[in-house]
Design a protein. Structure first.
Length: 194
C-alpha cells in the first residue's frame, strides 16, 4: 500500500538523496520529513491570507477546518485603530454537537499591511502573538498566515520593505513560540497545483 501523504524534507542532504533515488523512499528513513496537513487545510490557509490582503491587511481573518473537511469561516476582526496594541479575530463557533476534538486545524492571519504612524512602523508577521498559545493548546494543527518577517523601514529610500507572504505551522505543544514549519505562499501554491 502506498502512502499518499505529502511531506516536506527540511534537510538538504536528505532532499538531494531523494532526488537521486530511483524508487520510492520510506518515510521512516527520513529524519527531517514533516507531514503536511491535507489539501483542504492548505487551500483554506491561502484563502484566509487572500481575505486578509483583500480587506486591506489591517484586519485578521480566521477559519477552522473540521476533521470531515468542512470549513467554518470566522468574521473579520476589528480593523486596526491608531494606538491598538494587538488585533485579533475570533475563531468561528463550532456547530452544535461538535467539540475541540472535531477540529483538524485552526487558521488565522496576522496584519499584512505595514505603515508609519506617529513616527513608528506598524507591522505584523507570522510569529505567535500573546493570545495564540492559549488557543493552540486545544488543537493539533494551528496555522498563522501573513508576512514571513517583520517589515522594515529603509531610511535611505524612505520605503517600507515587506517580506513575502508565508504560512507557519504550529502544533498543540508549541515550544518557545516556535513553528515546526514555515512555507512561502508560492511553495504552498506549487504543492496544491501538483
Amino acid at each position: 500500500m502506498s502512502d499518499t501523504r505529502r511531506v516536506v524534507v527540511t534537510n538538504n542532504r536528505e532532499a538531494r538523496s531523494i532526488l537521486r533515488s530511483d524508487g520510492p523512499v520510506s518515510l521512516g528513513s527520513l529524519t527531517s520529513a514533516v507531514v503536511l496537513p491535507n489539501d483542504v487545510i492548505l487551500q483554506e490557509s491561502l484563502n484566509v491570507l487572500d481575505r486578509t490582503i483583500a480587506n486591506g491587511g489591517r484586519r485578521e481573518e480566521s477559519s477552522v477546518v473540521l476533521n470531515d473537511n468542512n470549513v467554518l469561516r470566522g468574521e473579520p476582526g476589528a480593523e486596526y485603530v491608531s494606538g491598538d496594541a494587538m488585533l485579533s479575530a475570533e475563531l468561528p463557533s463550532l456547530p452544535d454537537g461538535y467539540s475541540h476534538g472535531d477540529v483538524a486545524a485552526t487558521i488565522h492571519s496576522h496584519m499584512t499591511d505595514a505603515f508609519i504612524e506617529n513616527g513608528q512602523l506598524i507591522r505584523g508577521d507570522i510569529n505567535m502573538g500573546p493570545g495564540d498559545s492559549a488557543v493552540f493548546g486545544k488543537y493539533p494543527v494551528n496555522i498563522i498566515v501573513g508576512r514571513k518577517e517583520l517589515s522594515r523601514f529603509d531610511s535611505r529610500t524612505g520605503e517600507i520593505i515587506q517580506s513575502d507572504y508565508a504560512i507557519s505551522f504550529y502544533g498543540s505543544d508549541v515550544i518557545d513560540g516556535k513553528s515546526y514549519l514555515t512555507l512561502n505562499r508560492n511553495v504552498v501554491d506549487r504543492i496544491l497545483n501538483n
